[in-house]
Design a protein. Sequence first.
Length: 183
Amino acid sequence: MEHTGWRSRGYLPHCDERGLVQHIVFGLADALPKSVPSNLTDPAKRGAWADKAFDAGHGARLLRKPSHAEEVQRCLLHHDGERYALAAWCVMPTHVHVVIEQFEGHRLEDVIHAWKSVTARNINRAEGRGGALWRREYFDRFMRSEQQYEWTVNYVERNPVTARLAKRPEDWPFSSARWKRCA
C-alpha cells in the first residue's frame, strides 16, 4: 500500500508518509459546535480553535467513562510496534491525542479508521446506541524538528492538567504519562 503524501477531503489537509512522526487529534461526533467560525480558513488556526473547543466539554463526553477511555487506550496500544510506533497518547473526555511514527504499508487514514471503527462499535454497543461516535475528520501535524516533537509529547501528556482533570500528567489513567511513570 503506497503512502500518498498530501491529500484532502475538502476540509483539512493531511500528510501521509512512512516514517513521519505525527500528532493526531480526533474527537467525538458531538464534541464540537456544529459550525466552525467562518474566519478560520487557516488549518493551523482551525486546529487551535478545535483544541480549545474539545477541552470545553461539549456533548455527551462519553470518554469520561473509564470503560470507554480504557477501550480507546486498548485499541491504540493493540498494533503499537506492528503498524506504527506509539510515542504518546492521551484519551480525554471528548477527544484523543496520539503521537505516532508511521510504518511502511500502513496509511495514516487506515490506522485512524481502524481505531475509530473498533472503538465506535464497542462503545456504541456498551451504550446501547447506534450512529456516528466520532467526527469524520481528524487533525494531524507532522513533527518538523526534535524540539517540536518534545513540545508536542509534553503537550499531549499535560493535556489533562491543562483541562484541570488531573494535578499531574501521571495521575491521568488514560495517558502515556502514566505508563511511563509505572514502567
